[in-house]
Design a binder for this molecule. Structure first.
Ligand SMILES: [Zn+2]
Length: 328
């Protein structure tokens, strides 16, 4: 006994199945390279190690490079848009073209004047370090054409300020959020010393930058892409990442290392990373409880290096989003 499908084909009304097959074939042709390249990009991002200096743009496979060129398949453009539909686009709104003049980066200054975060070895509040570096980064980004860059300075107590900064970033409809912090250590590591006649605390045990992303962010994949770019720029400047976060001695401050080459960690519960509706990354620029590193972090030279690194990462991020999504 014939199946309904065979009957339909024999009766001469097989045009629809054929048309469906053609559409499916075109969709497959369009979709497969994107999905394949997407997976390749993700594994490249995770591996990272063999090509630390390359941006994802340069990691593009020949297939993806062809796909990303507007002239490569102009006839498929409409089909591609339809086929992309809900399958390929990331969770947050994609940026069709990354024009730095319209691309809004929010620089979140960690902590508040009232709740200042860590205290440095020389008794300076982390908030002051964060604000100064964020301002330097803002200047650099604007000089590079990111005119929509916004400095987000939040007031009030710690916990409510977290909710407010997330709400502000969401209301600003930012394309990207970068939260700026400086590192310290758990209290149990602190040692005593005297600075300018005042009993002070330090720990020279750890140093270095670190970059955090949350896997609970609605666009974790894109957050990770930017985190990798920032970390690679730090490395390109010869900076080392802070390695202690994988160690059990860090207790509840222990975090999984997503890329042991670049120093990108996951920190899923951080409100500013998980509750923002745009890709979000947190940069611990360096340790201010380490006496030598505090002096370095205080220098305009280091601040300029960090600011330039972030600006370069932002430019690469823009380019790679364009290459990744193609000319939509
Ligand atoms: Zn902090």
């Amino acid at each position: 006994m014939p199946s309904p499908g065979q009957k339909l084909a024999k009766s001469g009304s097989g045009a629809w199945p054929r048309r469906r097959a053609i559409v499916a074939a075109i969709a497959a042709l369009v979709l497969l390279p994107i999905e394949a390249s997407d997976a390749g990009w993700l594994s490249d991002v995770f591996k990272g190690s063999s090509k630390p200096a390359k941006s994802p743009r340069h990691m593009a496979s020949p297939k993806r490079a062809t796909l990303a060129k507007p002239a490569a398949a102009p006839k498929l453009h409409t089909v591609k848009l339809a086929a992309l539909g809900p399958f390929v686009l990331p969770a947050s709104k994609p940026v069709a073209t990354c024009d730095p003049a319209k691309f809004r980066i929010v620089l979140d200054v960690g902590h508040t004047a009232e709740s200042e975060g860590a205290i440095s070895a020389r008794n300076v509040a982390e908030f002051a370090f964060n604000l100064r570096l964020a301002q330097r980064i803002e200047e650099k980004l604007k000089a590079e054409g990111f005119a929509e860059t916004r400095l987000l300075v939040t007031g009030g107590k710690a916990r409510p300020s977290l909710v407010r900064r997330v709400a502000t970033a969401n209301n600003l409809q930012a394309n990207l959020l970068l939260s700026i912090h400086h590192d310290s250590v758990p209290d149990s590591f602190l040692e005593n010393w005297e600075f300018e006649g005042k009993k002070s605390h330090f720990s020279d045990r750890f140093s270095g930058y670190s970059v955090f992303v949350s896997q609970d962010n609605p666009d974790f994949k894109t957050s990770l892409l930017f985190a990798e770019l920032v970390a690679k720029e730090m490395q390109a400047q010869g900076l080392q990442y802070a390695r202690q976060y994988t160690q059990p001695i860090m207790g509840r401050n222990q975090h999984p290392l997503l890329n042991k080459e670049t120093g990108v960690y996951s920190y899923n519960k951080l409100i500013v990373l998980k509750s923002t509706r745009m890709p979000a990354v947190l940069l611990e620029a360096g340790s201010i409880i380490n006496r030598d590193e505090e002096l370095i972090m205080n220098s305009p030279e280091r601040q300029n290096i960090l600011a330039s690194g972030v600006a370069t990462a932002a430019k690469e991020f823009c380019d790679s989003r364009w290459a990744m999504l193609g000319p939509l």
